[in-house]
Design a protein around this ligand. Sequence first.
Ligand SMILES: [Zn+2]
Length: 173
Amino acid sequence: MHWIGLSNNRPGVPYPFPVSNIVQGFADMEYPMMANDSHMPDPTIQRFVAEHEIAHTWFPFYMGINEHRYGFMDEGWTTAFENLIGQVDLGEEQAAEFFKQFRVANWVRNPGDETQMPIIIPANVLSGQGLGINEYGKPALAYLGLKDMLGDDLFRKCLHGFMTAELQNIRSP
Ligand SMILES: [Zn+2]
């Protein structure tokens, strides 16, 4: 089954703000209710980047995750959602190509070098390529692998269980 839109796909939680704005500026940066993306000549890549920034609405903003410390739950989840919504919006072949090109190719060919570190290492003590690997492609691949192992329905149920438990933990410490 294919769900259109991040609210109905993954994470599958309604968009929590009244509006969203995407501007062609210069930063490729997300904010609550806004994405400031650089201009890209390829409209498909522009859309791909915009979907990534909008996916940040849930991780970290909605969840309140410390993005500087837990990058694997900020960029990692967002990159997984970017792939899942891309499969529906851009097509499975294009989504797979972008994932390989932008999220995997830069680190998968060097499995033994010093940039390969456990994902759990806090992002605020990493830098350079090791930081990027641990924040984007590697955790996203783990989340997508988990989805493949659990199946769509159980993955969705577990994701929502995690999100609900985390929100209760944040709101009732
Ligand atoms: Zn991002």
